[in-house]
Design a protein around this ligand. Structure first.
Ligand code: NAP
Length: 516
């Protein structure tokens, strides 16, 4: 699989020997190594070395054998002497065995040979401040590879893993360093380029052995880890929440389609200034990566303006930035939401002189209102709370009315910029009654999940032409892509990637958390 030295290690977390054998076979297609977690097996005889030989006999990939102690995240209680003896003997069939640093001395009683040993340290609760001392202690234990895994509570914690990899490189040691949890994702994707001996991947949803673990498929095909190097141009989305954003799927698919040495990552960030200090600002950032640009989303589009060296005219006039380009070490802010929102409409009809009703007056509405005014359309805003909305509408000099008065407006174009109808929010609801859509030319919903909202279904029934939120989603992303790469984006590939991502079920959607 590997184009560079990156090793994706598929973790085998099956509960039966038969299922583990099948998983080992599957891993050969998506990974470079396997780690067999014996402590997940419920039908395995830990005293029988032949059982291990049989389990591995058809494996074509180098294997790590692990049988974790319960105290270090293991699944099954196995007597320490039994498990350490098995691990010591496992390297007769496997490349490596993985033993916790806390059991190192005990392991040596069964095998003084450490040339196939991975000594590992885990912190499941956080990233300790004294990681350097932990590195000193763990690496004082002779082994083939050392491993230090902590949990990232926020993205800044990931930096600790990169610093350890830097030390290991200087010390000429093989180290696996990564941070568990969603916030540690960048260590799993970029770690190998910074020298991590391997990166672990699951064989699918529900098969992860640690929080935040990506699948082998995501590592190899979404993030293309085998071609990431320190020269790779890094881009990504900064916001909160970003875990279910379709942007990584769209941009990474587009980079792959054009074979560009770029990667796009999700950055879950609450404290924007802190993120800029540690990851973005050239003078003080703590990671030496080739940052090319960022997407900015809720809730940072306005705050980010003050952190940039320059902003373009549209961003200045809307007071919001959704795209940052790093050029000659300067950070330049753009707003592709405006053109992204307008292009799908302009493909349907010319906007000059057209009467438009904008429902909602939040962040997305700002881009829509500005774009419509810029194109000489006549704009009226409808909001549930006109007083609150006037903060936005006053800045554009447009009129705001309560939702109910939409019915009596003569607007030919109706645009929903509220989240009403969105999956996980109020799926199946519409911001307006169907009767309010009769006689309009076009109904445009910014909501893209689901693609077909109640608002659009009603609008079609009322005879309107409809535009779904996917069109804007793809259009604003395509403009970002062009700003970062200077290349024409493969729009169909981006659209397809977005549709696939949107079709994924949200983990929370079975819970009854709907609200309107
Ligand atoms: P936002 O800044 O939070 O604004 C939401 C607006 O909707 C506010 O005016 C809010 O009114 C109103 N609203 C929210 N819930 C409401 C309800 N139950 N009844 C009536 N009004 C309600 O959010 P945003 O960033 O503008 O995003 C809005 C929607 O657009 C989201 O669904 C988002 O996914 C979608 N969007 C799509 C794209 C795309 O590319 N297709 C891009 C951006 C956004 P109050 O001020 O009274 O709360």
């Amino acid at each position: 699989m590997s184009e560079n030295s990156t090793r994706v290690c598929a973790v085998i977390t099956e509960e039966t020997i038969d299922a583990a054998r099948a998983a080992i076979k599957r891993a050969a297609h998506v990974a470079d190594m396997i780690e067999v977690r014996l402590d997940y097996l419920t039908d395995f005889d830990f005293k029988n070395l032949d059982a291990l030989r049989a389990l591995l006999q058809n494996s074509s990939l180098p294997a790590i054998i692990t049988c974790r102690a319960i105290s270090e995240g293991g699944r099954k209680k196995v007597d320490d002497d039994v498990r350490l003896r098995l691990l010591a003997e496992a390297t007769r069939f496997a490349e490596y065995c993985d033993v916790e640093a806390s059991h190192y001395e005990q392991f040596l009683r069964f095998s003084p040979d450490t040339s196939h040993l991975i000594v590992s340290y885990h912190d499941f609760s956080g990233t300790p401040a004294n990681l350097d001392a932990i590195y000193d202690r763990v690496t004082s234990m002779p082994a083939a590879v050392h491993k230090i895994v902590t949990r990232a509570v926020n993205v800044t914690d990931s930096l600790a893993s990169f610093k350890l990899l830097e030390r290991a490189r200087a010390d000429k040691r093989k180290l696996i360093a990564l941070a568990m949890g969603e916030a540690g994702l960048i260590t799993r994707v970029l770690g190998s380029a910074y020298g991590s001996f391997l990166t672990y991947g699951s064989l699918g949803t529900g098969k992860e052995s640690a929080p935040g673990q990506l699948s082998c498929d995501e590592l190899a095909n979404l993030y293309r880890v085998h071609r990431i190097s320190r020269e790779t141009s890094v881009t990504g989305i900064v916001g909160s929440p970003v875990a279910h954003s379709a942007s990584p799927a769209m941009h990474n698919r587009a980079f792959a389609e054009l074979d560009l040495d770029f990667v796009y990552l999700p950055f879950e960030v609450e404290d924007l200034r802190n993120f800029f200090d540690h990851f973005v600002r050239k003078d003080i950032r703590e990671i030496g990566w080739n940052l090319s640009g960022l997407s900015v989303t809720i809730p940072h589009k306005r705050e980010v303006v003050s952190l940039l060296d320059e902003i373009n005219e549209t961003a200045r006039k809307t007071g919001a930035v959704n795209t940052i380009v790093r050029k000659d070490n300067r950070l330049i802010g753009y707003n592709t939401d405006v053109r992204g929102a307008m292009e799908p409409l302009e493909r349907v009809l010319p906007l000059a002189g057209e009467s438009c009703a904008v429902i909602g007056a939040g962040g997305a509405a700002r881009a829509v209102i500005f774009g419509l005014i810029e194109r000489d359309a006549r704009v009226q805003v409808f909001a549930r709370n006109p007083l609150r909305a006037s903060e936005v509408t006053d800045s554009f000099g447009v009129k705001v009315s309560p939702f109910e008065s939409l019915e009596s407006s003569n607007a030919q174009i109706v645009i929903n910029t509220t989240p009403i109808g969105m999956r996980g929010h109020s799926e199946g609801s519409s911001p307006v009654p169907r009767s309010a859509l009769a006689g309009r030319a076009v109904a445009y919903d910014l909501v893209y999940n689901p693609l077909d909202t109640r608002f659009l279904i009603d609008a079609r029934a009322a005879g309107c032409r409809t535009i779904d939120g996917l069109e804007m989603l793809v259009a604003q992303a395509a403009l970002q892509f062009e700003l970062w790469t200077g290349r024409k984006p493969p729009i169909d590939a981006m659209r397809k990637a977005a549709i696939e991502k949107i079709a994924e079920r949200l983990p929370a959607e079975d819970k009854s958390n709907k609200r309107v």
